[in-house]
Design a protein around this ligand. Sequence first.
Ligand code: RAM
Length: 331
Amino acid sequence: MSILKKLMMTAAISVAMFATAANAEPIKIGLVVKSLGNGFFDAANKGAQEAAKELGDVEVIYTGPTSATAEGQIEIINSLVAQQVNAIAISANDPDALVPALKKAMDRGITVISWDSGVAQEGRQVHLNPSDTNLIGETIIKLAADYLPEGGDVAILSASSTATNQNAWIEAAKKVLPEKFPKINLVATVYGDDDSVKSTNEAKGLISSYPNLKAIIAPTTVGVVAAAQVVTDQNLIGKINVTGLALPSEFKKFIDNGSSQAVALWNPIDLGYSAVQISYQLATKKAEAKPGATISIGRVGSITLDDTNSAAMAAPFQFDKTNIEEFSKIY
Ligand code: RAM
């Protein structure tokens, strides 16, 4: 073979290789969280990055506003649309306010799912719940009731007042109260906005407004830590039991010091992993978002969409002094 022919062949091969590399643009998935600096979402991001690595051709852009507001998330959605991502997977600060921005994203061919905290159906293709909403609602009351055999006053310290997930859980909790927990008296629901300072102030407010308070139920990993810290600082351990949904790695010290008897949560790593898997299947047209469709989620298994294109993962785990140490090493 002549040198010239050899050179031409090498050039042709390089062009072919270059073309393949150029075609292999990664699938970009914007993982939008309620706010940055929240350990729960950092754990979800761990699972999201794991899924990206496993899938190979995926880049996960982990992003969120500095405080848990819909306005902050709208700005981020608009910027992800401008970056031409392939998918947006969002934990929403408001079910309705994000819909116009997300609709615009879908009009441009971007796959949109919500996970953890949902958006209204017209603003997304799929919603992934961490667990069954009614089950979570009942669990958060039961966690308090189990340690209050005589009953008594309890209060809820929630995240933001527009958070879809907390609002749904609180509504479900209120439904089961009269029949299943007649001795539990829910005196107030306040909102700490998944902000440590605001949650601390709200917890202090509950304690001074309700002198007979026996438990604070915080169905948010940020609020539950703030409440347990207040109970600890005010020497109220043994008088007020703090419970709710907590990340074991952040909360272990409050089980250890007795400000809390038990809390619950699901696996946030698996949740983030699954959100990316679902976004990928939809964006690459390997799955379709329609009622009854089964979507594979890698090592976690699969989900089947209900008639609102939603699905739920596993039941929450309960953590107490017998097992929190073990889980605190994982998330
Ligand atoms: C906070 C957030 C999140 C919720 C957990 C339990 O981190 O509000 O949305 O699922 O708590």
